[in-house]
Write a protein that binds this ligand. Structure first.
Ligand SMILES: [Zn+2]
Length: 231
C-alpha cells in the first residue's frame, strides 16, 4: 500500500483505539461499581431488623396478655370460690376484675395490630430477600459480560497496536509529525480525502499545485483546513 493510504488506515486505527480506551475505562468503572448489590443488602438488613422488632413486640404483648389472663383466673377463683365473704373485700375484688377485663380488651386490640404489623414486616423482608437475590444474580451476569467484553477489547487493541506500528514504519517521518501535530487540533481527524479538487472534510477547492502533489503521493495539505490530504 502507498503511504497516503496507510495514513488513512492509521487514522481509522487511532480513532478506534480512542473509542476502545474510552469503553475500557467505562468498563473498569462499572466493574468496580457494586452499589446496587450493597443497596439491596442494606435494604435486607433493615427489613430483617424491622421484622425482628415486630416479632419481639408481638411476643411482649402476648406475654402481657397472658399475665392479665392469669390474674383474671386467680381473681375469678377468689370471687366465686366462696372464701371471700367480707362485702367490702368482694366489692374491691369485683372492681379489680372489671378493670382487668377492660385492660385485657385493650391489650387484645394492641395484639391484633402487632400481628398485622409483624405479618407486613415478614412480607417486606421476603421481598427484600428476593430483590437481593435477583440483584446479585443480575450483577454477577453483568460483571461476567463486562469482563468478557474487556478481554475482547484488549485483544483487539493489541492487534490494532501491532498494525499501527507496522503502518507507521512505512509513512514518511515528516508526514507522521504533521499527523501527530494535527491530531489534537482537528478533533482526531488530521487526514482528509481529496474529492475531485475539493477537500473531503472542509469542502474547500484546493490549488492545482496541491492537487498535483496529492496525485504524486507527495505530502500535501488542504489549502482550507490545513489537514493532510490524500487521494
Ligand atoms: Zn480541508
Amino acid at each position: 500500500m502507498a503511504w497516503p493510504q496507510d495514513l488513512i488506515r492509521l487514522q481509522d486505527i487511532d480513532q478506534e483505539l480512542e473509542d476502545i480506551e474510552e469503553r475500557l475505562s467505562d468498563i473498569d468503572l462499572r466493574l468496580q461499581d457494586d452499589s446496587e448489590v450493597v443497596q439491596a443488602r442494606a435494604m435486607l438488613k433493615r427489613s430483617a431488623e424491622a421484622m425482628e422488632q415486630a416479632q419481639r413486640t408481638q411476643k411482649d404483648i402476648e406475654f402481657k396478655l397472658q399475665q392479665i389472663e392469669t390474674k383474671l383466673e386467680r381473681s375469678g377463683q377468689r370471687l366465686y370460690g366462696g372464701k371471700v365473704r367480707d362485702p367490702r373485700e368482694l366489692a374491691d375484688l369485683q372492681a379489680a376484675t372489671k378493670s382487668l377485663r377492660e385492660r385485657k380488651a385493650i391489650v387484645e386490640d394492641t395484639l391484633l395490630e402487632a400481628m398485622i404489623a409483624r405479618e407486613e414486616a415478614e412480607a417486606a423482608h421476603a421481598v427484600a430477600q428476593e430483590t437481593l437475590e435477583t440483584t446479585q444474580t443480575e450483577w454477577e451476569a453483568m460483571q461476567q459480560a463486562l469482563k468478557e467484553e474487556r478481554d475482547r477489547l484488549q485483544a483487539h487493541r493489541r492487534d490494532l497496536q501491532e498494525e499501527r506500528e507496522a503502518l507507521r514504519a512505512g509513512i514518511p517521518k515528516s508526514a507522521l509529525d504533521s499527523y501527530e501535530y494535527l491530531w489534537p487540533r482537528t478533533g482526531g481527524m488530521p487526514v482528509a480525502h481529496l474529492q475531485g479538487d475539493m477537500c473531503g472534510l472542509c469542502g474547500v477547492k484546493v490549488l492545482r499545485a496541491t492537487r498535483i502533489k496529492v496525485e504524486k503521493e507527495e505530502e500535501a495539505y488542504c489549502d482550507g483546513c490545513r489537514r493532510l490530504l490524500v487521494a
